[in-house]
Design a protein around this ligand. Structure first.
Ligand SMILES: [Zn+2]
Ligand SMILES: [Zn+2]
Length: 222
């Protein structure tokens, strides 16, 4: 008797020609007639044709629940708070209420190197604001409070000695490059009270603006 390779891998579950129970067709059974073979082919073709449709029904059992994250991750990765140390160790008991970011921070945080920090620190408050301002202008959203911060920065930078600011190129160019790579929360760090030599309204306003930007961000992400 000729050896049959026909439907070798799938005929264990094929529907019997009577449309009834499945039957395993052993090699020892008599060869199928031509019409039986055609019928078998038809059934298989129908099954195969139906596969994509069946797969489509199987895939999404339920819509994906949104990934619940926490207070500290609002605005991730541009204005979120520092990454949570407890979360990095595996789990944070504070959960959603935690004030540090629970989302992964894979990109290394950009810091200014020492020469650039010293350069920025050597400038007067007005000049430093003049250097920082274009970066804030580019990144701050068109929200009233954020634009107010820009206005105060503009005023205080013009309150300094009459100058166009540090010349572009050299350290200034390097500084601009690094500032461009920093996230917005990092830029806000330069508006902290510790950076100002004289009296300024900016630190208080900046802190308030950063908090309101964070609060405007959803605490969940899809
Ligand atoms: Zn984050
Ligand atoms: Zn945490």
């Amino acid at each position: 008797m000729p050896f049959r390779y026909y439907l070798t891998f799938i005929d264990e579950t094929e529907v019997g020609s009577d449309g009834g129970s499945s039957q395993i067709r052993a090699k020892s059974l008599p060869p199928l007639t031509v019409s039986q073979q055609e019928e078998e082919q038809d059934v298989l073709q129908q099954l195969v044709a139906a596969l994509p449709e069946r797969a489509a029904h199987l895939q999404p059992l339920a819509p994906q629940a949104p990934q619940v994250v926490n207070e500290g991750s609002r605005g991730h990765p541009d204005i979120c708070r520092r990454p949570c140390i407890r979360m990095a160790r595996g789990n944070c008991e504070a959960g959603r209420a935690c004030g540090f970011c629970h989302l992964p921070h894979t990109a290394p945080k950009i810091h200014l190197n020492k020469p650039l920090r010293e350069y920025l620190g050597s400038l007067t408050d007005a000049l430093r604001l003049a250097v920082l301002m274009p970066h804030f202008q580019e990144r701050l959203p068109q929200l009233a409070r954020a634009q107010e911060l820009l206005e105060v920065m503009r005023q205080e930078s013009f309150a300094g000695p009459a100058t166009n600011g540090p010349r572009p190129g050299g350290k200034r160019g390097q500084l601009d490059q690094q500032l461009q790579r920093m996230n917005l929360a990092g830029l806000f760090g330069f508006l902290g009270a510790n950076h100002f030599k004289g009296a300024s309204q900016i630190p208080a306003i900046a802190m308030e603006v950063l908090e309101s930007l964070r609060a405007a961000e959803p605490a969940t992400m899809a």
